[in-house]
Design a protein around this ligand. Structure first.
Ligand code: DAH
Length: 347
């Protein structure tokens, strides 16, 4: 029996040492020290021993059990520590690995120019206001002195929502003038940017959806000089002191007198042609139309309850894309809407 115990002891110690992980170690424990284990089996045979031998063997068996239990604990501690180290190594984060590159976006070129225009007018005391894109025909046309039958009201030009042509996608930001004047007493000084819609085929200078920036100033004693001053200030700030612009008489139903403001074509330098070919940007005109403007028609003022004998005002409507094309030297309007990253990333 002594040899048996010695053999169990040696084998168990060796196996515990060899156990590669906690699971293997526990298997050794169960096999040797468990209820049905090898050591227990030997102890059960103690009854067969003589009365002198029994306490001696009992002592040896207890010593073996104690030694094995101690070894088991030691080995368990070792294996746990090793497992922990392994896990830490696995979870380690290498903070020196270069990060994934984050590509920074930036404002759309058109928004950049809009922002510049807004800041110039805010600097002159204008308030930024907004209006609905789905508009009533009375605001978009009638109250702007654009009568029934006017060509711009035609179904071939305007997107209508209903059969009686009373609701539409606004074709201009000018209806915001009416919305402001019917709610606000002079002095009025507002700037209203927004999307507008027309049934236009897309080409280098046209798109069925584009942006305008409406401006309106109403107060006592406002003249065409104020209009020119405000617009020239804006254009020179945007394009530089030497920008070449012209004010050209025009007609708008809601202003009297009216004008259009053009800038010299940046593509052909005002010549209208490049190497004998018609300039694609200004269509040979030499000028690019930037905006329409004029003195608010007395009928429009009166229609909003503003006394036209006391107050006068000017208004303007800027084509934002045209403005951005000139500002950023873009020669095709469609580029602004296509949003090709190769194009956008240049600005
Ligand atoms: N709404 C006009 C257009 O779309 C532009 C315009 C002209 C706006 C004269 C105005 C203005 O405020 O006074 O063509």
């Amino acid at each position: 029996m002594r040899e048996q115990l010695e053999q169990i002891r040696l084998q168990a110690l060796a196996e515990m040492q060899e156990a590669a992980d906690i699971v293997a170690l526990d298997a050794v424990r169960v096999r040797v020290l468990g209820k049905k284990g090898e050591l227990t089996a030997v102890l059960k045979q103690m009854g067969k021993l003589s009365a002198e031998e029994r306490p001696v063997m009992g002592q040896v068996a207890n010593a073996v059990r104690a030694e094995l239990e101690t070894k088991l604990e030691e080995r368990k501690t070792e294996l746990e520590a090793a497992a922990l180290l392994e896990q830490l190594a696995l979870e380690a984060v290498d903070v020196t690995v270069p990060g994934k590159e984050v590509r920074m976006g930036h404002q759309h070129p058109m928004n950049k120019v809009l922002q510049e225009v807004k800041e110039i007018f805010i600097g002159m005391g204008y308030q930024i206001v907004d209006g609905p894109e789905i508009e009533e025909a009375s605001y978009n046309f009638t109250r702007l002195n654009i009568e029934e039958g006017h060509p711009s009201r035609d179904r071939s030009d305007t997107f209508y929502f209903n059969d009686d042509d009373s609701v539409l996608l606004r074709t201009q930001t000018s209806p915001i003038q009416i919305r402001v004047m019917e709610n606000q007493k002079p002095p009025i000084r507002i700037l209203a940017p927004g999307r507008v819609f027309r049934k236009d085929e897309a080409d280098a200078t046209h798109s069925p959806m584009f942006h305008q920036i409406e401006g309106l100033v109403v107060d006592e004693g406002i003249t065409m000089g104020d209009l020119k001053g405000a617009l020239e200030t804006m254009i020179k700030r945007l394009y530089g002191e030497d920008a070449v612009v012209r004010f050209r008489p025009h007609h708008f139903p809601f202003t009297e007198p009216s004008c259009e403001v053009d800038m010299q074509c940046f593509k052909c330098g005002g010549k209208g042609e490049i190497d004998g070919q018609v300039c694609p940007t200004c269509h040979g005109e030499g000028w690019i139309e930037l905006l329409g403007a004029g003195m608010v028609h007395p009928k429009v003022l009166e229609g909003c309850g503003i006394d036209s004998t006391k107050y006068s005002g000017f208004a303007f409507g800027i084509g934002l894309e045209r403005m951005a094309m000139g500002r950023l030297k873009i020669n095709d309007l469609r580029l602004i809407f296509e949003n090709d990253v190769r194009f956008l990333s240049q600005f």
